[in-house]
Design a protein around this ligand. Structure first.
Ligand SMILES: NC(=O)c1ccc[n+]([C@@H]2O[C@H](COP(=O)([O-])OP(=O)(O)OC[C@H]3O[C@@H](n4cnc5c(N)ncnc54)[C@H](OP(=O)(O)O)[C@@H]3O)[C@@H](O)[C@H]2O)c1
Length: 340
C-alpha cells in the first residue's frame, strides 16, 4: 500500500505516518519541513497556502490512500483533493465533531445537522473550516472520501497540551484541584487508535462520515485523574470539588482544567455522543492507563525547549493553551478545604 500523509509531522498526522510505516507500507509525508518526519517516511516538501507552486512536489505519483489533517482554509483541501483525485484511491480527511451545528445535545451522531460551510472558503472558524474541508474532499472524491470526525484526541506527541498539563501538574505534587463529579463520563480517542482505524477503514474501502471517539464513559473524571496521579511518582493528592464551587471561583471549564466540562450542554455534546457507527466499523480504543503512561514517557523524553506546553497552537485551531494559574487553583482549594 502507498500512503500519502498531508502533514504528518506533529501529532495525528505523525501517528498516521508511523502506523503506515509499521505496516510495511510506502509512506510519504507532505509539509513545509519545519519538523523532522517520522522515521521510514519519504518527505515531499511544499506549502499548501503558497499562491503558486506550493503543490509542485505532488504533481506526480500515485497513492492508494491520502490522509489529510488540514486545519484552516478549506480551499487548501480543495486544491490537494482536486490535484490528487485521478491518482489516488481514497481520501481520508481527519475532521472533528465540531462540525455539528448548535445547540449541543447528548446523542449527536453522523446524522446530526452540520454548520454551514463552503469548500472554496478562506479560513472562517474551526467548525466551518473542518466542515468546508469535508465538503472539498467530498466534491472531488464522492464515496471514496472518508471523514474521521474525532472527539478530543490524546496520546504521545499531543500538540494541544491537555494531558501533558495534567501530568505536569501531578508531577508538581501537593493538593491538586480535582473537578467533579468523580463519575463524570468522558470520551476521547488516542491518536494511535484514530490512525489505526483510519488506515484500516480506508484499506477496506469505507467512505462517509464517522464519529471517531471512544464510547461515553470509556473513563470518568476520577478514572482519568487517578490514572494521571498513579503514573507520576509524586505526593499529588486529589482534592475533589463540586462543579458549582469550581465555576463560582471563575475557573474556565476545559481550558483551565483541561478535559473537564461540568454536567450540562457542552458536556452532553462532547462526552455523551453516539459513536456506534465507528465502533461497528472496527474502532477500538485502548485503556486510559496506556494513553497516560505512553504520553508521560514521551513527555519525559522531550528536550525542555520542545515541551508541548511551550509551543504555539496549530494555526486556526482556536484553542487556548490549557492550564489553571496556581493562585486560582489555590483559591478554590482554600474554599473546598474550608468547607470540609
Ligand atoms: N486535538 C484534538 O483534540 C482534535 C480533536 C478533533 C479533531 N482534531 C483534528 O486532528 C488533526 C490534528 O492534526 P495534527 O496537527 O496533529 O496533524 P499533523 O499532520 O501531525 O501536523 C500538522 C502538519 O501540517 C503541516 N503544515 C502546516 N501548515 C502547512 C502548510 N501551509 N503547507 C503544508 N503543510 C503544512 C505541518 O508541517 P509544517 O509546519 O512543517 O508545514 C505538519 O506536518 C486536525 O485535523 C484537527 O482538526 C483534533
Amino acid at each position: 500500500m502507498r500512503l500519502l500523509v498531508l502533514g504528518g509531522t506533529e501529532f495525528v498526522g505523525r501517528a498516521l505516518a508511523e502506523d503506515g510505516v509499521a505496516r510495511g507500507w510506502d509512506v510519504t509525508v507532505f509539509n513545509r519541513g519545519t519538523r523532522p518526519a517520522p522515521e521510514g517516511a519519504e518527505v515531499a516538501l511544499g506549502d499548501r497556502l503558497a499562491p503558486e507552486g506550493g503543490l509542485a512536489a505532488l504533481a506526480e505519483g500515485e497513492w492508494d490512500i491520502v490522509a489529510d489533517t488540514w486545519i484552516g482554509a478549506p480551499r487548501a483541501v480543495r486544491d490537494t483533493a482536486r490535484l490528487l483525485e485521478p491518482r489516488v484511491g481514497r481520501y481520508v480527511y481527519v475532521s472533528s465533531r465540531s462540525v455539528y451545528a448548535p445547540p449541543p445535545v447528548a446523542g449527536m451522531n453522523e446524522d446530526s445537522p452540520t454548520v454551514d460551510a463552503s469548500p472554496d472558503a478562506d479560513s472562517v472558524d474551526y467548525p466551518a473550516d473542518k466542515r468546508g474541508g469535508e465538503l472539498a474532499a467530498l466534491r472531488e472524491f464522492g464515496d471514496r472520501a472518508l471523514f474521521a470526525r474525532a472527539g478530543i484526541i490524546l496520546g504521545p506527541h499531543e500538540n494541544i497540551g491537555r494531558l501533558p498539563w495534567w501530568l505536569r501538574r501531578m508531577e508538581r505534587g501537593g493538593p491538586v484541584l480535582a473537578p467533579g463529579p468523580r463519575d463524570l463520563p468522558m470520551q476521547w480517542i488516542d491518536a494511535r487508535d484514530l490512525a489505526a482505524w483510519c488506515l484500516d477503514a480506508a484499506e477496506h474501502g469505507l467512505g462517509g462520515a464517522h464519529d471517531t471517539v471512544s464510547v461515553s464513559g470509556h473513563t470518568t473524571m476520577e478514572g482519568f485523574l487517578e490514572a494521571c496521579r498513579a503514573a507520576v511518582d509524586s505526593d499529588a493528592e486529589l482534592v475533589w470539588a463540586d462543579p458549582r464551587t469550581v465555576l463560582a471561583a471563575g475557573v474556565d471549564p476545559f481550558t483551565e482544567l483541561p478535559m473537564w466540562f461540568p454536567p450540562g450542554e457542552v458536556h452532553d455534546m462532547l462526552y455523551r455522543s453516539d459513536t456506534g457507527r465507528a465502533r461497528a466499523a472496527g474502532l477500538r480504543c485502548r485503556p486510559v492507563t496506556e494513553t497516560v503512561a505512553d504520553t508521560l514517557a514521551w513527555l519525559r523524553g522531550l528536550p525542555a525547549e520542545a515541551d508541548p506546553l511551550g509551543i504555539p497552537h496549530p494555526a486556526g485551531s482556536g484553542v487556548r493553551r490549557p492550564g489553571v494559574p496556581a493562585e486560582k487553583e489555590e483559591a478554590v482549594l482554600r474554599v473546598v478545604r474550608g468547607g470540609e
